[in-house]
Design a protein around this ligand. Structure first.
Ligand code: PRT
Ligand code: MG
Length: 212
């Protein structure tokens, strides 16, 4: 049995065509079913639904053999115990620094002032500002980062941006691009040895179906 960990929403939706290319069809719809373990047309393959940030944990400790997780999630979690054989080029977005439109970020950086930054992505933010030599106080949040600059909690946020509509709706502007983000395949190292053939086949089928 091969267990594949996916999160509901965009990762599930965008992984479906890759699964199809590997001859795997999920038999239940996660948006209507309450089940957390979904069967497929293949008796030896099942899908488990976990939170996006829990995918690396499941794969690292063998709760799943293989999974799909965003580069953001993988950097924050760390890559121990997992192979990352493929960038699937799905669930694409970017990690950016954003501020209120009336905050002069460039001037604050130039003056060397300490900048208060709210984010869920403290590891990515810490590395980014350390590389630039910018002094920041990081404030960890678990959601709705956009609210932080509007309430005075922080000067800036580090968050994912795709269309930019969320920032715009909250009168925030992107002031720095940190990195491009897409989702990757992660594989448990022990499983890759014990279930080498079926996992290899799945990885190869995914590789030939990656969107441009
Ligand atoms: O939502 P939930 O709390 O359950 O979990 P999650 O947010 O971790 O999961 P999910 O499914 O929302 O995101 C899973 C992965 O999709 C992330 O880890 C990213 O790698 C990737 N991804 C791609 C995104 C986006 N695009 C994205 N736009 N993840 C989140 N967003 C959010 C962003 O945080 C911001 O709030 O969408 C908003 C911005 O979108 P725009 O289009 O308004 O710019
Ligand atoms: Mg989300």
């Amino acid at each position: 049995m091969i267990t594949l960990a996916l999160s509901k929403g965009r990762i599930f939706e965008e992984t479906l065509p890759l699964l199809k290319a590997a001859g795997i069809e999920v038999l239940e719809d996660p948006e209507t079913s309450r089940k957390l373990i979904l069967s497929t047309n293949r008796p030896d393959v099942r899908v488990v639904l976990v939170r996006a940030t829990d995918v690396p944990t499941y794969v690292q400790y063998g709760g799943a053999d293989i999974g799909v997780a965003g580069r953001d999630v993988l950097i924050e979690h760390g890559g121990a115990g997992m192979y990352q054989p493929l960038d699937l080029n799905i669930a694409r977005c970017r990690m950016s620094v954003a501020t209120r439109d009336d905050f002069d970020y460039a001037a604050a950086v130039k003056q060397g002032s300490r900048i208060r930054v709210a984010t869920k992505y403290t590891e990515i933010a810490r590395q980014h500002f350390a590389d630039k030599g910018v002094h920041v106080d990081l404030i960890k949040l678990y959601g709705s980062m956009e609210l932080a600059p509007l309430t005075g909690l922080a000067d800036a946020i580090v968050d994912l941006v795709s269309t930019g509509n969320t920032l715009k709706a909250n009168r925030l502007v992107e002031v720095e691009h940190i990195m491009d983000i897409s989702s990757r395949l992660v594989v448990n190292q022990a499983a890759l040895k014990l279930k080498r053939e079926p996992l290899r086949q799945m990885i190869d089928a995914f590789a030939s179906a990656i969107p441009a």
